[in-house]
Design a protein around this ligand. Structure first.
Ligand SMILES: Cc1ncc(COP(=O)(O)O)c(C=O)c1O
Length: 219
């Protein structure tokens, strides 16, 4: 069986902003009339800004900071640490076997590549449309990015993936980034990776509930 490895490494970053705006907790909309389409409704929220941390989360973070025991190594047993409890909560919620919490998603991506045998100078096929941290993580791991075009739905174009895999037979890593939570055709991507003997890695910071089961791009 070809290499098909899916690692679920979640970057769990707790940022306490100290304020909460009701506008951010909902999707505020505005309606305007455009010449060709008539009245249209737009979501006006800033999609780059995550929802505020709920007040109870802010309070829990403050309580933890007061103790100074933020790490796995300065509590009685690592399993008691808040980090470990958070990892366990993610495992329980998603059904994945393991979860490792890190300081950032970029760090998680870098480690995924290291854990799956990326060597200095190795190519990594990845989405052209993604967050800047993704190619940075490839560089950080010592790899060289080979970019795949997007289709009209802003997800990885399967024909271009096939082309890049064929043109780069020495490439053993495909890193799919589900930018802005948009899920590509994972069955087709997994199939292409399997046929070309490439490890499939995923960057899905906004798709916590994705279980890896059969899904369509619209799911
Ligand atoms: C799709 C995607 N990948 C990776 C990252 C990088 O995350 P971090 O800033 O935690 O390294 C982001 C950040 O928004 C992202 O949207």
């Amino acid at each position: 069986m070809a290499k098909f490895t899916k690692y679920a490494l979640f970057a769990l970053v707790c940022i306490s902003k100290g304020f909460a705006s009701d506008a951010l907790l909902t999707n505020p909309v505005s309606t305007s009339v455009t010449p060709n389409f008539g009245p249209r409704t737009f979501i006006t929220r800033d999609i780059k800004t995550p929802d505020p941390i709920p007040v109870e989360g802010q309070e829990a973070a403050l309580e933890l900071m007061k103790t100074g025991r933020l790490y796995r190594y300065n509590v009685k047993s690592a399993e008691e640490s808040t980090v470990s409890q958070c990892e366990q909560a993610v495992v329980d919620y998603t059904g994945h076997k393991y979860c490792v919490a890190l300081n950032s998603c970029g760090s998680a991506i870098m480690l995924m590549m290291k854990c799956t045998g990326l060597k200095p100078g190795d190519k990594v096929i990845s989405n052209a449309f993604t967050f800047g941290a993704v190619p940075s993580a490839i560089e950080h791991a010592g790899g060289k990015a080979v970019y795949v075009e997007s289709n009209d739905a802003y997800v990885m174009d399967i024909d271009d993936l096939e082309k890049k895999l064929t043109e780069n037979p020495d490439c053993n890593h495909v890193l799919v980034s589900h930018m802005r939570g948009k899920l590509g055709d994972m069955n087709a991507i997994a199939d292409a990776c399997e046929r070309h003997g490439a490890v499939l890695l995923e960057d899905f910071p906004i798709l916590l509930e994705f279980t890896g089961k059969e899904l369509t791009p619209d799911t």
